[in-house]
Design a protein. Structure first.
Length: 223
């Protein structure tokens, strides 16, 4: 990154639009959770499910300049910084804590949400819109993980995974289906606009998603 370029007016518009859209999505879910229209777990997973696709689609607003990726990465970086400051108690935001945590404890923002944000920043900077790896990773993280929980809690029932009784076959299937349904259109979108040089094989993508589902099914709590 050329540190002599502190700001580019050409990226200011996309940065503002992306920031506003992302913050509106988060604010909407926080409001719905506080009002009782959606549960805390649903709010947390809807953040997962919606934030990633919204953010990645907004990449197309940025220019082809090499530094554009850094301006785009500022969006998740600033949101993640806010979560960090809330988690350590510097900022007070009870609505955010309720929407983003399982137990209502602010310290939880220093685990999953913080890791989630860091992954977004790194994928944006390193892969950007010219390498499908970043989009695949983010969409699996967002759509797969988010939808697995939403479906698993409702339809998991008695059919739990043998190695993790808190996960279900319904949730694992939802992980794969949601990941594919969100990732494939986005990859086609970026390929159509010429940002990818080759089209990603759907078959290979499926096996990547399937492997990710197996990892997601491991008994790792609080993340």
């Amino acid at each position: 990154m050329d540190l002599s370029i502190l700001w580019s007016f050409g990226e200011a518009g996309p940065f503002v639009i992306t920031s506003v859209v992302a913050l509106l999505w988060l604010a909407l879910l926080e409001r719905l959770q506080v009002k009782g229209y959606i549960s805390r777990p649903d709010s947390r997973k809807l953040v997962h499910f919606g934030t990633g696709p919204i953010f990645v689609v907004c990449w197309s607003l940025f220019s082809e300049d090499h530094n554009a990726r850094y301006y785009a990465a500022l969006v998740p970086l600033l949101i993640t910084l806010r979560f960090f400051l809330i988690g350590i108690g510097v900022l007070q935001d009870h609505a955010t804590v309720l929407a983003m945590s399982r137990s209502g404890r602010k310290e939880e923002l220093l685990k999953g949400p913080l890791t989630y944000g860091i992954i977004f920043v790194l994928c944006t900077i390193y892969y950007w819109k010219y390498d499908p790896i970043g989009i695949i990773a983010l969409m699996i993280l967002c759509a797969g993980d988010g939808f697995a929980d939403l479906i698993g809690r409702r339809f998991g029932g008695r059919y739990k995974l043998p190695h993790n009784r808190r996960k279900s076959y319904a949730g694992s299937i939802a992980f794969v289906v949601a990941s594919m349904l969100v990732t494939v259109p986005l990859l086609n979108y970026f390929y159509t606009w010429g940002w990818f040089r080759v089209r990603v094989s759907v078959t290979r993508l499926f096996w990547v998603v399937f492997g990710s589902m197996l990892v997601e099914s491991l008994p790792l709590e609080d993340w």
